[in-house]
Design a protein around this ligand. Structure first.
Ligand SMILES: Nc1ncnc2c1ncn2[C@@H]1O[C@H](COP(=O)(O)OP(=O)(O)OP(=O)(O)O)[C@@H](O)[C@H]1O
Ligand SMILES: CC(=O)N[C@H]1[C@@H]2OC[C@@H](O2)[C@@H](O)[C@@H]1O[C@H](C)C(=O)O
Length: 373
């Protein structure tokens, strides 16, 4: 099978910036991972994205762009084009991509209405960088009855297959702790199972920004001065979302700071870290077996209280928690790599999603391909 060089661009629900990563793959399992880069959004653009999410609540049809949304979409596209150009300046010689996988920014996700909106102009991006772009990867899944998320599981499966036998403790679970957390369960035999598992870092980010004006709780430093307030954790976990089996997916606004609002800064940060960890472990209720290994990726792996709490809970189930990097993977770039992998699969018409990962009626491909000229 011919290998293709693909660059993935991920701007996730944390809205912290753009992750870029390049891979070489045939889209069917063979993956050679290349360099990666992260470009942070400045505070003013984060505010623009917050505004975009508010405005997007009015959208009824997915191509509507009310109020300032069209302008924010252009700004976002330009930021992506600039990021790609910087990436190519640094790595273009050895890793010039044949195709780019462009996630865009999710501004609205309502799976119960079969409505998911990612802003980002794939056609304009392709023209600006002079490379084919695969974009709008979630829509086709929804048209086939799926949640439109998560889409990374097919890449998790490829990565799991590449793990050395000594590290592959099946069944295992990838857990991505981004703005929202999502899991991919990989059994010894049978199909992978995936779904969003609950809040990730988004609530913690909102909390520390509101209370202390900082964008995130670096390494869990704020949480380190606090205590877990059990009643608040229980209030979050009483949400009916946790009772529901997968497939299921979340919008950034599905959880808010209401239950934590009366706590002080540090107790709130520590408590929200516990909520993130406990929500992940509750995913087990909807899995056929208890995972033996949790492979953690996404920015939340750097909050030591999330990891400590998750490790303690996993150990009580005789399971191990390992950062993806300890297994030779790249926990920060995994979603960007996944979008590169999905771009190659989309260009070949291979399925991106499956009934057990999003609830689609049958395996579905997706994405729209934009040519540079
Ligand atoms: N050093 C750190 N200490 C604590 N938290 C961190 C650190 N670095 C990043 N984070 C957290 O990780 C978040 C970014 O994670 P990531 O890039 O995986 O999310 P995302 O891709 O935007 O989200 P999603 O996976 O939901 O789409 C930041 O908003 C922050 O909360
Ligand atoms: C609609 C949407 O953008 N969902 C994101 C979000 O962030 C994490 C989780 O919720 C996951 O379902 C998804 O992103 C990853 C990249 C995915 O599709 O696999």
């Amino acid at each position: 099978m011919t290998k293709v060089t693909a660059l993935g661009l991920m701007s996730g629900t944390s809205m912290d910036g753009i992750d870029l990563a390049v891979i070489r793959t045939d889209g069917e399992g063979v993956v050679e991972r290349g360099p990666s880069m992260a470009v942070s959004h400045d505070a003013s653009f984060r505010k623009r994205l917050e505004e975009a999410l508010q405005v997007a609540k009015q959208i009824k049809v997915r191509n509507e762009r009310p109020g300032p949304l069209a302008e924010i979409e252009q700004e976002l596209t330009t930021l992506h084009a600039d990021a790609v150009k910087r990436f190519l300046d640094q790595h273009g010689d050895g890793w010039r991509p044949d195709i780019v996988g462009f996630h865009g920014q999710t501004v609205l996700h309502r799976p119960h209405e079969a409505l998911t909106v990612q802003i980002g102009d794939g056609e304009a991006l392709a023209r600006s960088i002079g490379i084919r772009v695969a974009y709008d990867m979630r829509a086709e899944d929804m048209r086939h009855g799926g949640q439109g998320a998560p889409l990374v599981p097919v890449y998790h499966v490829a990565l799991a297959a590449s793990l050395p036998d000594g590290e592959k403790r099946l069944p295992l679970c990838f857990v991505n702790i981004g703005g929202i957390s999502n899991i991919t369960f990989i059994p010894e035999q049978g199909d992978p199972i995936a779904f969003d598992s609950g809040p990730g870092n988004a609530l913690i980010d909102q909390w520390v920004f509101q209370k202390a004006g900082v964008p995130f709780d670096e390494d869990g430093k704020i949480a380190s001065g606090g205590q877990v307030v059990r009643s608040v954790v229980d209030a979050y976990l009483a949400n009916p979302f946790f009772e529901k089996p997968g497939p299921k997916s979340l919008d950034r606004h599905d959880f808010d700071l209401q239950p934590v609002k009366d706590l002080g800064l540090e107790d709130g940060a520590r408590t929200l870290a516990a909520v993130t960890a406990e929500a992940i472990i509750r995913a087990q209720e909807h899995l056929p077996e208890t995972p033996k290994l949790w492979i953690v990726c996404g920015g939340g792996q750097k909050n030591r209280f999330i990891i400590k709490h998750l490790s303690e809970l996993a150990e009580s189930n005789h399971a191990l928690v390992k950062p993806a990097d300890e297994l030779g993977l790249d926990g920060d770039s995994m979603e960007a790599e996944a979008w590169a992998y999905l771009a190659v699969r989309a260009s070949k018409g291979l399925p991106l999603t499956f009934p057990t990962t999003t609830g689609c009626r049958e395996p579905v491909s997706g994405g729209v391909i934009a040519e540079p000229a």
